[in-house]
Write a protein that binds this ligand. Structure first.
Ligand code: FES
Length: 94
């Protein structure tokens, strides 16, 4: 299988800016670590993935589905489900 078939493309939206990201299965332990590796967001992921702070809440929009869903980024694996999605990070921390 060519390497690019394993690629996962997604776009992070933060403060009105779009950040296209190319990753692959298991490059990161979670969506939270991917986001933290690419963007310095004050107050994001305060409990480092322990699931107790809620500061990693993001909105996922899939271009093939009209509904948005809210997830804790630290509880979201990087897999094909995230391909071609937009991940919106609120600029309001809790
Ligand atoms: S990093 Fe704290 S709940 Fe996800």
């Amino acid at each position: 299988m060519p390497a690019n078939e394993r690629d996962i493309s997604l776009t992070i939206i933060y403060k009105g800016e779009s950040y296209p990201i190319q990753t692959y299965l298991n490059e990161y332990g979670s969506l939270m670590t991917l986001i933290s590796d690419h963007l310095a967001i004050p107050g994001f992921g305060l409990c480092c993935g322990m699931g107790s702070c809620g500061t990693c809440l993001v909105t996922i929009n899939n271009k093939y589905a009209s509904a948005s869903r809210y997830v804790m980024a630290c509880d979201m694996q990087i897999n094909d489900e995230l391909s071609n999605t937009q991940i919106t990070i609120s600029d309001q921390r809790y």
